[in-house]
Design a protein around this ligand. Structure first.
Ligand code: SF4
Length: 413
């Protein structure tokens, strides 16, 4: 797949086009294999030698990054996702997300290996209980491909020796013993890497807990590996409603025809879909790119849910865009496009403070009597509340409504 020459930005309508990922270097592969998610997993690019062969334009920084990946966060790219990379563009937004770079070895003093403080809020292995009524249920440390900015890079892929060992029995027992937990989010790693039977068994055990009202799955599989969204998987998932799925797409090019169809199958199974993006430098920190992404998501029946400020994960500085840029993008969306297309921009407060919404300032001043606001065009308005001003009518006026004079043509008759 090609992108424009350096310096020449795609326009909105070009970015919103749906294209197939194509076969690329795998043109010889039988259709049945290509559409088989297990074949895609088995044929991922996972080594420097494979990547060099598939992407001869690999830079020195990328080569060095691949060498380091084995001790930090593994390299893995599915053939489907690899085909979205523009081989002629070293700053390709797809490439920046999954091809390791040397800069990952550079850690700033404020960066952390567990920026959201999950380990400190983990009562049993694999469970994070940080908010009052919901828990994060980590299912696995494996993903179809590895995002270079992953907030859980300390544990996913096990390259850095974290040795993540979830304990499903203990996780389920903890939830059963805590009636305040009404919402369970399955994440990881990617829960949709489990077999249908294993995932279905886990969902059934959670559904059996009377106070669990609501199940969620966080997954990037529909984007990295749309072949995994089989009719059988959808038929299994729909038994566990209310079940929501949050997908993770960052750039409109990720929404291929294959991904659109996979998302359609999930939507047809009655699963409400949301998207979580991470604001990333030279990936989606441009207004047109983000606008194309959120509009294209709605076409795929996915509600843009969050844009995350990239967590201060160790070695991610080269991928982090500024909060100021995030606010500018939010400003360019609110009022300028469909409200459903506007996600919430959040910072996950470092150290375990949870998600904090961050918004452009629309309230210019406020007191008990009035709120001064500005709209998306910058026009200023006043909303009167008048809390400190007594009502001026008398009770008799309230009941005796003065009659309006009859219209002139009626009076003449
Ligand atoms: S898919 Fe999610 S968990 Fe896996 S590497 Fe990417 S961000 Fe991390």
């Amino acid at each position: 797949m090609s992108s424009p020459a350096a310096g020449q930005a795609d326009d909105l309508s070009t970015l919103k086009q749906f294209r197939s990922a194509g076969r690329g270097a795998w043109a010889h592969v039988a259709d049945a294999d290509w559409s088989d998610w297990r074949w895609q997993l088995k044929n991922r690019i996972t080594s420097l030698a494979q990547l060099e062969k598939a992407l001869p334009s690999l830079t020195v920084e990328e080569r060095a990054g691949c060498t380091l990946a084995g001790s930090k966060l593994a390299l893995a790219i599915t053939p489907h996702f690899f085909n979205l990379i523009d081989a002629g563009d070293s700053q390709c937004p797809i490439r920046r997300q999954v091809v390791p770079r040397m800069e990952e070895a550079l850690t700033k003093s404020w960066e952390l290996s567990d920026p959201c403080g999950e380990d400190a809020h983990s009562p049993v292995p694999g469970l994070v209980h940080r908010y009052p009524d919901r828990v994060l249920f980590l299912v696995t440390d494996r993903c179809a491909a590895y995002c270079r900015y992953c907030t859980r890079s300390r544990l996913v892929s096990n390259a850095s020796g974290y040795d993540f060992q979830p304990d499903y029995d203990a996780q389920i027992e903890y939830i059963a013993q805590h009636p305040e937990i009404r919402d369970v989010l399955l994440s990881g790693g990617d829960p949709l890497l489990l077999s249908d039977d294993k995932l279905g068994g886990l969902l059934a055990r959670l559904r059996d807990i009377p106070h669990v009202e609501f199940l969620r799955i966080g997954t990037r599989i529909p984007i990295f590996l749309p072949q995994r969204i089989t009719p059988e998987l959808c038929a299994m998932l729909k038994k566990f409603h209310p079940l929501f799925i949050s997908v993770h797409a960052n750039h409109p090019r990720e929404l291929t025809t294959e991904v659109r169809d996979a998302l359609g199958r999930l939507a047809d199974a009655g699963i409400p879909l949301g998207n979580q993006s991470v604001l990333l430098r030279h990936v989606n920190d441009e207004v047109t790119v983000m606008k194309a992404l959120v509009q294209k998501l709605l076409i795929c029946r996915v509600r843009p849910y969050y844009i995350y400020q990239c967590d201060p994960i160790a070695g991610s500085a080269h991928l982090r865009a500024s909060v100021r840029r995030g606010l500018e993008i939010m400003e360019s969306l609110r009022g300028h496009t469909t409200g459903y297309a506007v996600p919430q921009f959040v910072i996950d407060a470092p150290g375990g403070g949870g998600k904090v919404p961050v918004n452009p300032e629309y309230v210019l001043s406020r007191n008990a009597d009035r709120v001064v606001i500005r709209n998306f065009e910058g026009k200023v308005f006043e909303y009167i509340e008048g809390a400190s001003q007594p009502a001026r009518y008398k009770p008799s006026e309230f009941f005796e409504v003065p009659k309006a004079p009859a219209p002139a043509h009626v009076r003449r008759m």
